[in-house]
Write a protein that binds this ligand. Structure first.
Ligand SMILES: NC(=O)C1=CN([C@@H]2O[C@H](COP(=O)(O)OP(=O)(O)OC[C@H]3O[C@@H](n4cnc5c(N)ncnc54)[C@H](O)[C@@H]3O)[C@@H](O)[C@H]2O)C=CC1
Ligand SMILES: CC(=O)C(=O)O
Ligand SMILES: [Mg+2]
Length: 623
């Protein structure tokens, strides 16, 4: 009724009370309508709008509004109505209520994630302080396993955007879109196309959660400044039929782009980010295998990039495999004698076999005979069984490791032999799972491992999240016995073996390497991420564990030491980049200065360049 005063006193006096009331109502309605149509003048653009609860309308901003307000690329591509936003919120709320009634399923973990995420939205310094100080408790929330559930429920959990979204609709626009990001300096990008999130398959645009989780570890473990990290989702559609039909899904509801069209989009993205931030490092994460390998080959010689699933996982596995050799009371140099059965021939499995066989070959003299000998220590089993030369349509990335026909007769194995047959015949020292199949290391398989030729067989159940682990530590220790060395991708508790003995449950996850690889690359100013730098990272992780620890079956450090191990790994990467003549320096530290640093000084240099969560002094300056 704000316009009531516009009715003159004489008119008021001449009208009956009901008529006056009706007139006042009419006038006030007209006033409200006029107000609604009057434009709201904003004195801000881009992320400032999204972070202002007064003006933010999130995914309900239309495409023209996104263009007008510098928001293009800062929101998932789908535009939704305000009613859809409410539906999504209510659906999520109901689902949580439902789960709560059904018992303590994932709800508590997701609830913790929500609370942490809200803190992340409000106050980054405090968020990272909480994370760093309680990393053992919260890494499983911001990272695997809970981040998997977050990605699966992302369209429902979505409140505020974080990171950038490039979609198939943005072709030709990316070079300008990158300027919608507010930071002039970006050190680390983690990018995914959502096609294989952990072991959960194609989650489309919802996969942005994994890029966010990985960058949380970059800040917490590697001390990368949180203002200089950028999670990126490249939405080229999804082949997940459930998401394609879900009215609340936030991504493009069309099948994935394939072939050259797909490659052109990734090319455009790479050109755009390196054009605005020439010194950025791009970590590729959770791309389906066919693209993981192809894109790695395409970019690794020209851009500062690496693929975490192929290269980070390989380094962590090598460190663990070397630890398993030491746990047997043998020197690392005995590694080439280990017989290793790998279940899973995707980006992770093949990445591990490639790098581990190269490590063996180096130990054997690095010649053709050494490579052949190293190759023959691996047996790869995928969804179709043992991979041999006789495989029809063999994946070119697996071909070098296919078992030879001549070896098969000798071992009594055939193309497609089952995992259990292979384990029974080979009697491996190690079985390593990167299959994404929970429970694959069944009772029968673990029973067969008891006949291993090793005094301390090792089980690596590396698939994520928890439900995809090939077996649990309880299963491994109870079936094989207390001598087993156990490691899993997602965290499990240690096992009480009775009589005061503990069965150690190691977490074999690439989180022990990727933060140090990124930080070492940044601080060395290396133009590419070389095999030598990756190898140095893996070796440093392997040597980090003390003799008495590995003899107890502790082959990876606890998460509480992740910041320390990351600093050491980064220093090893810096030194290798210098030795390889790839380092170009960072800020005041040029390549020559870097080369002069001793081992200890390099570690100090890394430590001094790690961001810490303390409030800085703030001053105001007018534009
Ligand atoms: N612990 C860690 O640091 C990491 C773990 N991973 C995990 O590894 C898993 C696989 O990742 P990618 O290789 O990228 O996936 P992918 O989907 O490309 O490969 C899966 C492979 O497993 C095989 N497979 C499926 N069923 C099988 C069965 N019954 N027996 C044997 N093999 C079978 C498939 O044929 C395929 O070769 C995921 O769960 C992922 O979370 C991936 C990277 C790092
Ligand atoms: C850990 C990781 O990178 C994965 O499971 O894909
Ligand atoms: Mg991954």
């Amino acid at each position: 009724m704000a316009n009531a005063s516009s009715i003159s006193r004489s008119l008021r006096r001449s009208l009956a009370p009901d008529d006056l009331h009706r007139l006042l109502l009419q006038r006030s309605r007209a006033f409200v309508t006029a107000e609604c149509h009057r434009p709201v003048v904003l004195h801000k653009r881009g992320p400032d709008i999204l972070h202002d609860p007064w003006f933010n309308r999130g995914t309900a901003f239309s495409m023209t509004e996104r263009d007008r307000l510098g928001l293009r690329g800062l929101l998932p591509p789908s535009v939704v109505s305000s009613q859809q936003q409410i539906d999504r919120f209510m659906g999520d709320l109901k689902r949580l209520e439902q789960n709560a009634r059904d018992g303590p399923s994932d709800t508590y973990q997701l609830a913790k994630w929500r609370i942490l995420n809200r803190l992340h939205d409000r106050n980054e310094t405090m968020y990272y302080k909480v994370l760093i100080d309680n990393i053992e408790e919260y890494a499983p929330i911001v990272y695997t396993p809970t981040v998997g559930a977050v990605c699966q429920n992302y369209s429902g959990l979505f409140r505020r955007p974080r990171g950038m979204y490039f979609s198939a609709e943005d072709r030709g626009e990316m070079m300008s879109m990158v300027y919608n990001w507010p930071a002039d300096q970006v050190d680390m990008i983690v990018v995914t196309d959502g096609s294989r999130i952990l072991g959960l398959g194609d989650l489309g645009v919802q996969g942005i959660g994994i890029a966010i989780g990985k960058l949380d570890l970059y800040v917490a473990a590697a001390g990368i400044n949180p203002q200089r990290v950028l999670p990126v989702m490249i939405d080229v559609g999804t082949n997940n039929e459930k998401l394609l039909k879900d009215p609340l899904y936030l991504g493009l509801q069309e099948h994935r782009l394939e072939g050259e069209e797909y490659v052109e989009i990734i090319d455009e993205f790479m050109e755009a980010v390196f054009s605005r931030w020439p010194n950025v490092i791009v970590q590729f994460e959770d791309f389906q295998s066919k693209w993981a390998f192809r894109l790695l080959q395409r970019y690794r010689k020209t851009y500062r990039m690496f693929n975490d699933d192929v290269q980070g996982t390989a380094g962590v596995a090598i460190a663990g495999l070397l630890g398993a050799v030491r746990a047997q009371g043998r020197p690392m140099i005995d590694f080439p004698k280990q017989k290793i059965v790998v279940a899973g021939a995707g980006s992770a499995g093949i990445g591990v076999v490639n790098a581990a066989s190269r490590t063996m070959a180096r130990m054997l003299g690095n010649n053709e005979i050494a490579f052949e000998s190293a190759r023959s220590q691996f047996w790869i089993v995928d969804a179709h069984g043992l991979i041999t030369e006789e495989r029809v349509d063999i994946d070119p990335d697996a071909r070098p490791f296919a078992r030879r026909k001549s070896e098969l007769t000798h071992q009594g194995l055939n193309e497609g032999a089952s995992l259990i047959e292979v384990v029974k015949k080979v009697k491996p020292d190690v079985i390593l799972g990167l299959s994404a199949v929970g429970g694959l290391f069944s009772k029968e398989v673990l029973e067969a491992v008891k006949d291993s030729s090793s005094s301390r067989p090792a089980i690596f159940a590396m698939s994520n999240p928890t439900k995809n682990a090939e077996c649990t530590p309880e299963e491994a220790f109870s079936i094989i016995g207390e001598k087993v060395v156990f490691s899993s991708g997602s965290p499990f508790d240690d096992v009480d073996l009775g009589d005061g003995k503990i069965g150690h449950s190691n977490q074999g996850n690439n989180m022990y390497l990727f933060p140090g690889i990124g930080l070492g690359t940044l601080l060395s100013g290396a133009r590419i991420v070389s095999d030598g730098m990756l190898q140095a990272a893996a070796e440093r992780l392997a040597s980090y564990m003390k003799e008495e620890e590995v003899l107890q079956g502790i082959i990876y450090p606890p998460t509480s030491r992740i910041r320390d191990i990351t600093k050491e790994v980064a220093a090893a990467v810096v030194r290798e980049a210098v030795a390889d003549d790839l380092a170009e320096g960072y800020r005041d530290m040029d390549a020559r200065e870097l080369a002069r640093l001793s081992e200890e000084e390099t570690v100090d240099y890394v430590k001094n360049n790690m961001w810490n969560p303390v409030y800085p002094t703030v001053v105001y300056k007018k534009d």
